[in-house]
Design a protein around this ligand. Structure first.
Ligand SMILES: Nc1nc2c(ncn2[C@@H]2O[C@H](COP(=O)(O)OP(=O)(O)OP(=O)(O)O)[C@@H](O)[C@H]2O)c(=O)[nH]1
Length: 228
């Protein structure tokens, strides 16, 4: 049965023309960076919930209603001494919106690709998602694979090692997250931000996160992103 639909999350701040630029440097350690991050993955894996948990620190339980189209949220984070504005796009996972969301891949600096650890088909579809990402996204975009709903240990059908193996095969960063408990949610977005900053700016080797969490796996990619 097709899930009922819901309105896309309310945008708090319209994207500006200047947002096309990923690295706007006003001065050493007075940088203002804007990075576009896009959430993708099958319908129901928890993209909207992950964003709500990151943005508002809460989880809204209840019946599932699918995202229609695409919406975005701006969130400023601090990594080391650098402030970054993350413009996070929440896409609809349903197949019928796929052509709409493809258009957003091109401008994304980071893509967070989710599957649900309790849903085998959402994991089986990851290869197809990665193929689409490689087709439509920038070649130097940061890609993270997130196994969401990690709190549902009794319903787990995808082992953590399977997620790790797949991520290794594609050379992408991997974590398990829970939009419900918040485990690794900040860390996932902060890791993407840190990776993007590392590609844009010269930073101290070990910038300190503003959150108390443990890095599950260090980013495997490094080097220049080629942003202008
Ligand atoms: N237990 C648990 N439930 C979750 C978690 N994340 C999401 N859910 C639930 O899973 C269902 C789908 O979550 P959504 O965030 O709407 O999924 P989505 O990926 O945005 O779905 P689309 O908008 O259709 O693409 C909802 O009922 C959520 O409450 C999680 O980490 N743990």
């Amino acid at each position: 049965m097709e899930p009922e639909t819901r309105e896309e999350p309310e945008a708090r701040d319209e994207p500006e023309a200047g947002d096309e630029q990923s690295c706007t440097v006003y001065g050493l350690y007075d940088q203002d960076l804007t990075h576009k991050t896009i959430l993708v993955g099958d319908s129901g894996v928890g993209k909207t919930s992950l964003l709500v948990q990151f943005d508002q620190g809460k989880f809204i339980p209840g019946s599932f209603s699918a995202t229609v189209g695409i919406g975005f949220t701006n969130k400023v984070v601090t990594v080391g001494e650098v402030k970054v504005k993350l413009q996070i796009w929440d896409t609809a996972g349903q197949e019928r919106f796929r052509s709409v969301t493809h258009a957003y891949y091109r401008d994304a600096h980071a893509l967070l690709l989710l599957y649900d650890i309790t849903n085998k088909s959402s994991f089986d579809n990851i290869r197809a998602w990665l193929t689409e990402i490689h087709e439509y996204a920038q070649s130097d975009a940061v890609i993270m694979l997130l196994g969401n709903k990690a709190d549902m240990s009794s319903g787990r059908v995808i082992k953590r090692e399977d997620g790790e193996r797949l991520a290794r095969e594609y050379g992408v960063i991997f974590m398990e997250t829970s939009a419900k408990t918040g485990v690794n949610v900040d860390l996932a977005f902060m890791t993407a931000a840190k990776e993007l900053i590392g590609r844009c700016l010269e930073l101290p080797k070990e910038p300190k996160f503003q959150i108390n969490d443990i890095i599950e796996q260090k980013p495997q990619k490094s080097g220049c992103c080629g942003f202008t």
